[in-house]
Structures are given as C-alpha cells and as structure tokens.
Design a protein around this ligand. Structure first.
Ligand SMILES: [Zn+2]
Length: 581
C-alpha cells in the first residue's frame, strides 16, 4: 500500500483559515450565546476537522447555555479524555490522570465535597506545600478563584477528564458514607476479612502452591506479558474487577469471585509489605520481583485506596530494563526519518518535539539521542525524572558541551536558556507542550523570546501523537464506500481517490484482549526552518500563516501522516480520530 501521499491532501476542516476564525464562522446558522470556553472548544474542534460542522452546530444548540464541552462528551462527539487533553494543551496546564496519580485523603479532604461537585474539581495531592488540584474546565476562572479561597494552600492546577473527576467524587461520597453512617456494616465486613487473613498468613509461611498465591502471581505475570503499565484491582459488589492499562487505555481482564477478594487484597498487601490491618487509610508500597517477569525487569509500585466495597489496589509496573527505541521503531516514514537524521547531526540549533502529555515526546527525544550518542559526543541532559537509561550519556553534569537536552520548555526562563544555548554553538533538544509544529514558533514568542531569535535558533519542530496499532492477528480488511470515508472526515479528493481501496479495522482476539489493538505508533508532523518561515517568525506571523507557508514547502499535517498510516493498515480511522482531537 502507498504510504507516501502527496503532502497537500487535506481534510476540509483543517484548510488554513477555514472554520478556525473566532465566533464559530463555518458552523452554520446563528448559534445561541455561549460562554468563552464553548467558543474555544468549538474552535479547537472545528479546527481539527474531525467533527462535521452540522453535527457541531447541533450539539451546540442542544447545549444552550450549559457546558458545551460537557454536551460534546454526552453526544459522543468527543471523549472526556480527548477534551481534557485539548484543554490542557490550550491552557498550557499539565494533564492529570487521576487513575495514575491517585487521590490522597489528605488532599481531597482539604475542600468540601459539595464545592468540588459543583466546580467539577478534585484535589489529589499535597506536595511541597502546594495543593494539586485537577479541574475539568480550566477556563472557569471564577471557579478556580473559589477553590483558592477554600484552602490555605497555594494551588497547582492541572486538567483531568471530567468523567475521572466525577468518578473520584462519587468514590469520596461513598467512602464518607461508609466511614460514617454505615460504620456497623463496615465492622462486619472487617471481621469477615480477619478470618481470611489467618489463611493468608499461612500462605506466607511457605504454602506457595495455594490457589490464592497462584492467582495473584498469574495476574502480575499476565500484566507483565501484556505490557500493561498499571493493574487495577477494584472491589465491586459481587466480585473483584481486575483491569490492565495497556497502551494508555484501561481494559477489563478478569473478575475474581467475591469470596476470594479479601485474600487477594491481603496477599497483595503482604507482597508490598503494607500494614494488612490498616484498611481505612491509603497506603503506598512496592514489590520487588526477583526474577524478570516475561522478560521485563519490573519495579512494581503499589497503592491502596479504601472504598465502600473494600480496598482497591493499583499497581504500577515500571520497566527498569526499558531501552529507548530507535527512530525507525517509532513508526516514522523513511523520508521524515532521513530528514530528522540530518537535523539531529547539525552542530547547533534547537530541535523541538511538541504534542500533548502522553504523546511520547520524550521517547522521541531519547531516540534522537540514541542516534547520535557516540563516545566522543558529550550529551548533557537537564532531565527529571530520568526516563530511560542511556549508556554513555552524562546525565548530571552541566557545562558547555556539545548537546544540551532540556526536558521541557515550560516557561520564559527555560525558553531563553534553550534559545541561547542553540545560538551559542550547541545542539539543543527539548519538548514543548503545543498541539502542532507551527504553534511552537508562536508559543516561543509568547513566552518572551525575541521573534528574530526564534527563527535563528530553531532548526526544526516535530509534532506528534501516539495512536494504538491495530492487532496484526485479528484486524480485518474492509472496503469503505466514499460515503463512509466522508463520514470519517476524509477530504473529498482523498475519499474519491480511495474508492475501492482496502482499509483495516479492529476486531478483537485473545492476543489483544479483545480490544483490536496492540502496541502504539507515532503520528508525526515535521516543520523544518526555512528562510520564508524564519522571516514569518520575525514578523510574529500567526500560527495559521506559518502553517500555510510550511505546507507550501511540503510539510504534512498530523492528520495527513495519520491517514497514510491508516492506509498502510497500521491503525484505524477511528483511532486516528481519537488521538487527533
Ligand atoms: Zn487481536
């Protein structure tokens, strides 16, 4: 299949200058008055071209004065997570995954539950004297001010999916009920668990073939084998639900019968060296696995969380032996990889990788580093935490050397340091939290870097997303009609050209846990600095103008690159739409 498509094939909504003007031009009809966030979200979404204008207008009128963002999710136009990602990128706030960070009692108890419910916010940690709070709507300034007044701590705001915040709120509501009015029930539950514990301690005394031990071991082993990053044990009314997070998505793998729940939970707590008698407070521990499970050397962090149905446990699997992948393994087209290899071998200039949280930016940076890592080259990383171990990379020393790696340009100061280093004879590698490559140039000016320095210092910007790869064992071929392609927001010219072509879609089999996907692949956009783009940057041109010029010079949009991967059967149209929004 032809993976190299002409660079200028575009989807209707991403046409420069169309449907991105403020006020929602291009949405059709006369939209009802909506708040600033709705306006912003409408613009962001119409700019992606993934949602047809008429559908957007329909959702918009259905939302009325209410939350447009919420309505989009309700109408299945956008996923709660996708929206959070878009908003986080737009407001330059960190994206928070509450399922991963967990919520400490100390933090959640800081602000009254009814306030959190009304503002759809969740304090999840207290660190370095600040209260970390996840909100669904970062545009609600009044709401955030209200949160500031409600606590004595300074706030550190992040964006989380609305659904996740509501789940936590419901959990807290249930928990407070359980610890208060239903104390009697709780006591009964505990006396039941006490009996099970006795069994379990015997297990520790050496009866290693006990079914319970085998069960727990098999879950951990399976998680390692499936490449899961987290394992969730969630007590339900009738069972213990086991879910794995694979390729960033949580999926159910098993339901353990209710009668075995206390035993499994206790066994996990014993393994993590936690206090098995303590069930009312969250605890943290870790499991050291002696042998490598499924070829992965794992460090397992364990966190417990009391809920009304019992304790839930989240295990995070950190792969200690993880090796940084090469550029080739990341799924870059040969042409783009060749370009990038030239760029990364230049002695000076800044190479920036941008995209939302979780789009694999640092993996790409490390892949680039691996590419040029030779004994004679000295690489300085200013990176915390160190995500991969690269042999020969000097990870602490800060000095005038050849390659400077800045983990993330997050403010004016890191921006200036990076640009200065790039202009004084260093190759600078860094990441930036923007949606696409052209936006990186305008963002640097917004951060206070002199526009004429931006053009001179930046040699290229790579924007990216991570899409799940179709499972090669079960994906099925189909030939979508032109209508179907148009419905999937494929531009009319590509749809017409693709008529009769074979595409692939997900199915599901045991090897991919019935999800239809296994592994992930990058979707990329590479902007290389040119004289024309440099002069545009100097005049502080808009993102749209820079994009139009770059496309004229052969740059592809993320959507185009994704479509080429869909055509090659690597991912599905559905998945491309999920990560592109
Ligand atoms: Zn499969």
């Amino acid at each position: 299949m032809d993976i190299e498509r002409p660079p200028n094939l575009r989807t209707p909504g991403t046409e420069p200058g169309s449907a991105t003007s403020p006020g929602g031009a291009g949405l059709g009809g006369t939209p009802p008055p909506i708040n600033a966030l709705a306006e912003l979200v409408a613009d962001l979404i119409s700019a992606t071209g993934l949602v047809p204008a008429d559908k957007l207008a329909m959702v918009r009128s259905a939302a009325g004065m209410g939350s447009f963002a919420h309505a989009l999710v309700e109408q299945n136009v956008a996923s709660s997570e996708g929206l959070a990602r878009t908003l986080a990128a737009r407001y330059q706030l960190p994206l928070v995954d509450l399922a991963l960070t967990g919520v400490t009692d100390e933090a959640s108890g800081e602000i009254a539950l009814h306030v959190l419910e009304r503002l759809v916010a969740m304090p999840y940690a207290i660190e370095d004297g600040t209260l970390r709070v996840a909100v669904a709507d970062p545009g609600n300034i009044q709401g955030i001010d209200e949160l500031r007044l409600a606590t004595r701590y300074p706030l550190d705001i992040g964006v989380a999916a609305r659904d996740d915040i509501l789940t936590e709120i419901r959990r807290l509501a249930r928990a407070s009920e359980a610890f208060g009015a239903r104390a009697a029930v709780q006591e009964e539950l505990e006396s039941l668990e006490e009996e099970e514990e006795a069994d379990d301690l015997e297990v520790e005394d050496g009866i290693s073939d006990a079914p319970l031990v085998r069960l727990v071991n098999s879950v951990i082993f399976q998680a390692a084998e499936d490449g899961a990053s987290d394992v969730h044990f969630e007590p339900q009314e009738d069972s213990l639900l086991v879910r794995f997070r694979i390729d960033g998505v949580l999926q159910e793998v098993q339901r353990i019968p209710k009668r075995m729940t206390p035993g499994v939970v206790t066994r996990l707590k014993v393994l993590a060296k936690l206090d098995i008698a303590e069930r009312r407070k969250p605890q943290d521990g870790r499991i050291s696995l002696n042998a490598a499970a499924a070829g992965r050397l794992l460090d397992v962090r364990v966190a417990t969380l009391p809920t009304v149905e019992g304790e839930s446990i989240v295990m995070r699997l950190l792969d200690k032996s993880k090796r940084a992948p090469t550029l080739q393994e990341l799924g870059m087209s040969d042409e783009m990889r060749a370009q990038l290899e030239i760029l990364i071998r230049k002695p000076t200039g800044a190479l920036l990788v941008c995209g939302p949280t979780g789009s694999g930016k640092s993996t790409t940076l490390y892949a680039g580093l691996t590419e040029i890592n030779r004994p004679e080259i000295n690489i300085i990383t200013v990176e915390d935490p160190v995500e991969y171990r690269l042999q020969g990379v000097n990870q602490v020393q800060i000095n005038t050397k050849d390659v400077v790696m800045v983990g993330e340009i997050r403010d004016g100061e890191t921006a200036k340091i990076s640009i200065e280093a790039a202009l004084t004879g260093h190759l600078v590698l860094s990441t930036l939290h923007t949606n696409d490559a052209p936006q990186a140039l305008t963002r640097l000016s917004e951060m206070g870097v002199e526009p004429f320095l931006v053009g001179a210092a930046v040699s290229a910007v790579l924007a990216q997303r991570l899409a799940r790869k179709l499972c090669t064992h079960c994906c099925e071929m189909y030939t979508p009609g032109v209508d179907e392609l148009l419905k999937a927001r494929v531009s009319p010219d590509i749809a017409a050209a693709s008529d009769g072509m074979v595409f692939y879609r997900k199915k599901g089999c045991p090897r991919c846990n019935q999800t239809g996907y296994k592994g992930r692949i990058g979707i990329y956009q590479l902007l290389t600095m040119s004289e024309q783009l440099e002069s545009l940057a100097v005049t502080k041109a808009s993102r749209e103008d820079i994009e139009r010029a770059a496309i004229g010079e052969g740059m592809r949009t993320l959507w185009d690159d994704g479509l080429a991967k869909v055509a090659a059967g690597l991912t599905s149209i559905e998945e491309l739409a999920r990560v592109s929004i």
